[in-house]
Design a binder for this molecule. Structure first.
Ligand code: NOJ
Length: 558
C-alpha cells in the first residue's frame, strides 16, 4: 500500500477538511424557524475555531423547496428565506477573512418546475422549441397515456409526469429522475450548456472557491432513452454514467482553471464500480468526489481495510486525492448507524426501526472521526457530526417535508432525520437555533435531549465530541496536511485498522472486543476514548482509535 506517486500539487483541496452547511438547519438569525446566511455569518468564528478549511453550502438559490433547495428556480439569486445576493457576497468575503474557503452546490441535472425555462416551455404549448431544453417525450399506448419508458425516479414512482397543455388537453410527458418538481435538463441542448457555463462564471466572479456538483453522474442520458428492462446491468444504466458527461466536465474544468486561486470541483458520483468513479477524476475533469463506498461501509475492520485499499487504488492512476465521508444530508447520521447491529448503509433503506445503542454508536463515531481525519486526502464534516448528533427517528408524519416520504408512499421516511436544526445552546425553546422571541418554531422539531449536546454544552468539556473534533482537526493540520498522500498498512491484528503516515504518525483503530496494546515507545497524540493500562502497557479498548507518534515525540495527552 505504500506508493511512489506523489501528487503533482499540494493544492488545498487535496487535503482539505470541508464542513457541509445545510443552510436551513444551521442557524436562524431572523427568527422565522429556517436557517439563513446571516445565521452562518454569525457563526463563522465557531467554524474557524473548529479548524476546518472550507465550507460547502447546500443550495442557497431561489427555490420552491420541493426538495430542500435542490429544485432551483434561479441559479443566480439567493432564496429570500436564506437572505439576499448581497448577503451571500458578504458571507463569501467574510469567510475568506476567517481563512475559510467557500464551495457552492451546483445542481445541473434538473431545475425547478418553477424555473422560467420550464414555465415558458409549458406555457408555449406543443411544438415549442423551448421544450427541447428538457425531455418532453410523447407517451406510449394508443393515446400516449403510458410513460415513454420504464425509468423509475430515485425518489420512487415513475420518472415521468404527463403535461396538461395550456388548452387543457393531455400532452407529452417530461422526465424527472427525482421529484416531478425537478424536470431533468437536456444536456444535448446548447442552451443548457451555455447557461451552466455562464452560471459557473457568475459564482466564480463572486469569489467562490469551487463547486459541489449534484448528481454528477447523471447529466447525460443514453440516446433514444431506452428502457432499463427487468434485469438491468447496473454498470450500464441509460440514465447514469453515459460517456457524454465527461465532455461537460472537461469544458467546465477549462473555465475553472481560467480563474486564479486553486478553485475546485467535488462531484457527487454514486456509481457501482471504482473504474467508473475514477473516470470523473481524470486530470482534466473533476478534482475529487465523495467516497460513498466508505460512507456505506460497515463498522468492520476487514471491510474498512478493503475500502481504504480500494479507494487508494482507484484514485492513484488518475492522480486525484481520495475523500472520506461519514454522513451527509441524504444519509443516516453515523452515530445511529454505528449503534446498530447492521452498521452498513444503503441509500433508500434507512431502516429507521432498527434499534440503535447511542452509547456504542457515539463511541464508534468518535473513533471513525479520527480514522477519517488520519487518512490521506480530503475529509468532510457534516454539520452536527462534530456534536455527535444522532438521527432523529420519530419526526411525526405530518411534519415530514422530504419528498421521498410521499413518493415512496410512506415506506421511506426520508432524510429529514439528519436535517434537524442544530442545537447551539441549552437554554431556549429552539436550543439557540433561532433568536429569543422568534416568530416561528424550527422547521423541524428538535429532540429535547439535544440541549445536552449543544455547542454551548460541549465547548469547554474536554471529553466532548466537539473537543475531540477541534483537537483532531488541529493535530491533522499540524501533522498530516502537506504530507505525501501515502499510507502503509501495519498489522496490529485482524480486528484493527492500522496504518502509518510519513513522519512517524500511526493511526490504530481497534474494532474488536479485545483491547490492543500500544507499541512500546510510541507516544499517544490523541485518542477517541479513554485508554487502559495494564502490565503490558497502554491498551486501546474496543471501538477506539488512537493517533500515535512512533518516533516517541511527545505531545501526549489523555
Ligand atoms: C443529491 C442531493 O444530495 C439530494 O439531496 C437531492 O435530493 C438529489 N441530489 C437531487 O438533487
Amino acid at each position: 500500500m505504500t506508493d511512489t506517486a506523489t501528487p503533482s500539487t499540494t493544492a488545498w483541496w487535496r487535503h482539505a477538511a470541508i464542513y457541509q452547511i445545510y443552510v436551513r438547519s444551521f442557524a436562524d438569525a431572523d427568527g422565522d424557524g429556517t436557517g439563513d446566511l446571516a445565521g452562518v455569518r454569525d457563526r463563522l468564528p465557531y467554524l474557524s475555531q473548529l479548524g476546518v478549511d472550507a465550507l460547502w453550502f447546500t443550495p442557497w438559490y431561489t427555490s420552491p423547496m420541493a426538495d430542500g433547495g435542490y429544485d432551483v428556480a434561479d441559479y443566480r439569486d439567493i432564496d429570500p428565506r436564506f437572505g439576499t445576493l448581497a448577503e451571500a457576497e458578504a458571507l463569501i468575503a467574510e469567510a475568506h477573512t476567517h481563512g475559510l474557503r467557500v464551495l457552492v452546490d451546483l445542481v445541473p441535472n434538473h431545475c425547478s418546475d418553477q424555473h422560467p425555462w420550464f414555465r415558458q416551455a409549458l406555457a408555449d404549448g406543443p411544438g415549442s422549441p423551448l421544450r427541447d431544453r428538457f425531455w418532453f417525450v410523447p407517451g406510449r399506448g394508443a393515446n400516449g397515456e403510458l410513460p415513454p419508458n420504464d425509468w423509475q425516479s430515485y425518489f420512487g414512482g415513475a420518472a415521468w409526469t404527463r403535461v396538461t397543455e395550456p388548452d387543457g388537453t393531455p400532452g407529452p410527458w417530461y422526465l424527472h429522475m427525482f421529484a416531478p418538481e425537478q424536470p431533468d435538463l437536456n444536456w444535448e441542448h446548447r442552451d443548457v450548456r451555455a447557461e451552466f457555463e455562464d452560471i459557473l462564471h457568475f459564482w466564480l466572479r463572486k469569489g467562490v472557491d469551487g463547486f459541489r456538483i449534484d448528481v454528477a453522474h447523471g447529466l447525460a442520458k443514453k440516446p433514444g432513452l431506452p428502457d432499463v428492462g427487468p434485469d438491468p446491468d447496473l454498470t450500464d444504466l441509460p440514465y447514469q454514467d453515459c460517456d457524454d458527461v465527461h465532455e461537460i466536465y472537461r469544458e467546465w474544468r477549462k473555465i475553472l482553471d481560467s480563474y486564479d486561486g486553486e478553485r475546485t470541483f467535488v462531484g457527487e458520483v454514486w456509481l457501482p464500480t471504482p473504474d467508473q468513479f475514477a473516470r470523473y477524476l481524470r486530470p482534466d475533469e473533476l478534482h475529487s468526489a465523495f467516497n460513498f463506498e466508505f460512507l456505506c461501509c460497515a463498522w468492520d475492520a476487514g471491510a474498512l481495510r478493503d475500502v481504504i485499499k480500494g479507494t487508494l487504488a482507484a484514485h492513484l492512476p488518475v492522480g486525484a486525492p481520495p475523500t472520506w465521508v461519514l454522513s451527509n444530508h441524504d444519509t443516516i447520521r453515523h452515530v445511529t448507524r454505528y449503534g446498530r447491529e447492521d452498521t452498513s448503509f444503503e441509500m433508500g433503506d434507512k431502516r429507521l426501526s432498527d434499534p440503535s445503542d447511542p452509547v456504542l454508536g457515539r463511541r464508534r463515531a468518535r473513533a471513525a472521526a479520527l480514522l477519517t481525519m488520519a487518512l490521506p486526502g480530503g475529509v468532510y464534516v457534516y454539520q452536527g457530526d462534530e456534536l455527535g448528533l444522532p438521527e432523529v427517528q420519530d419526526i411525526p408524519d405530518a411534519l415530514i417535508q422530504d419528498p421521498t416520504f410521499a413518493r415512496s408512499l410512506g415506506t421511506d421516511r426520508g432524510r429529514d432525520g439528519c436535517r434537524v436544526p442544530l442545537p447551539w445552546t441549552g437554554a431556549t425553546a429552539s436550543l439557540g437555533f433561532s433568536p429569543d422571541g422568534a416568530s416561528a418554531a424550527p422547521w423541524l422539531p428538535q429532540p429535547a435531549d439535544w440541549a445536552a449536546m449543544s455547542v454551548e454544552a460541549q465547548l469547554d468539556d474536554p471529553e466532548s465530541v466537539l473537543t475531540l473534533y477541534r483537537e483532531a482537526l488541529a493535530l491533522r493540520r499540524a501533522r498530516l496536511v502537506g504530507l505525501p498522500e501515502t499510507l502503509a498498512l501495519a498489522d496490529a491484528g485482524a480486528d484493527t485498522v492500522c496504518f502509518d503516515r510519513p513522519g512517524g504518525f500511526r493511526c490504530l483503530v481497534n474494532i474488536g472486543a479485545e483491547a490492543v496494546t500500544v507499541p512500546a515507545g510510541a507516544h499517544v497524540l490523541l485518542s477517541s476514548g479513554p485508554l487502559a493500562r495494564d502490565a503490558d502497557g497502554l491498551r486501546v479498548p474496543a471501538d477506539t482509535c488512537v493517533w500515535l507518534d512512533m518516533n516517541g515525540t511527545s505531545g501526549a495527552r489523555r
